[in-house]
Design a binder for this molecule. Sequence first.
Ligand code: PNS
Length: 188
Amino acid sequence: MKRIKAIYPGSFDPPTNGHLDLIERGSKIFDELVVAILRNPEKDPLFSVADRRKMLEAMTSGFDNVSVDTFDGLTVDYALRVEARAILRGIRAISDYEYELQMALMNRKLQPGLETVFMMPAEKYSYLSSRLVREVAQLGGSIECLVPDLVEQKVREKIDVAHKFANREQSAGKTPSEGKSKFRKKKL
Ligand code: PNS
């Protein structure tokens, strides 16, 4: 019987427990699952692709059939290159559906042989997103239970560095707004 390989593409900035939940579900139905991090030079991410890769590798080390890779360009081209037959995507709420449907249909138009498979993460992660994790952490809220411990640690380190940077700017005589804009530029 033909083995089914799928890719799970995304930004993963940072990877969350919701992503991990989906990876676990995907690993159970596909023979092979590649978590594929988009290298997107236009975005201003919190974590470098190399950092995200390291975190995801650590998070998925317990799954024999899961690997982590990076890609740029079209997702369907990457899927073809690695001989995947499916794209795994998570749908948390109805609000995700429109965007995901649009992407799935466009991907189907580009590559009709490739299927998009949607899975739902556990209900407790239905409100969780990388963007909210970044925002909550940046504003001093707890991200415990939202991301794995190792990711929490890395997010904290990033934010401490950014705070030190902002404080240094302020004590160097820059106005708070100048400091803030730098802070924002770094997405922290
Ligand atoms: O985690 P994200 O940011 O929701 O992931 C979005 C992602 C990476 C799956 C999507 O932006 C994507 O596939 N980008 C690659 C470029 C591409 O194929 N664009 C056409 C999509 S229809």
